[in-house]
Design a protein around this ligand. Sequence first.
Ligand code: HEC
Length: 158
Amino acid sequence: MSKFAHALTTGQHNARRGWTLPMIGAVGLTLLLAGCGKSQAPSFDEQAAMAQRLQRVGSVELQAGNAGGAPKTGEQAYQAQCAACHAAGALGAPKFGDVAAWAPRIGAGLAALTNSALKGKNSMPPQAGGALSDLEVSRAAAYMANNGGAKFAEPKGE
Ligand code: HEC
């Protein structure tokens, strides 16, 4: 009797397991598929929205005349193109941070200073000879003038 009972129990047990495992598998698969479907639908929208955002950023960059990223700050532009002469005052350039050298120039205003940097002045080549946008050159001019005692606001992009 006990042997039979044991066989019965084992049989039942096996039978239950035989049914339970595929069921768990099926439920798991369903959940997995549902989960995938759920995360895929909005992610498509998200990708579209992201592409739109990127496009918008991209067109702003083009307007700023800079294909390599956001327009440089005054300090970045100065380091990239202006420090070569202005850090040490080469070729008679007003030296960075030299208040006495900058004071008479600052009086002309940021527009005039930017214009000199854009068009060139004596030993200073137009646009500092580099690949900066007009906005970046004006920011660099403001940055340098400010470190020479001026209080110009950094020109903003469009
Ligand atoms: C090749 C050297 C050189 C580089 C590079 C250079 N400058 Fe100059 N810069 C000069 C010299 C020289 C002067 C003095 C010109 C003068 O008044 O005769 C000057 C003067 C200036 C002035 C004063 C202009 C004025 O009207 O009094 C500004 C502003 C200026 N530079 C901005 C810049 C900016 C901004 C950059 C970088 C984008 C830059 N410079 C890069 C040589 C340079």
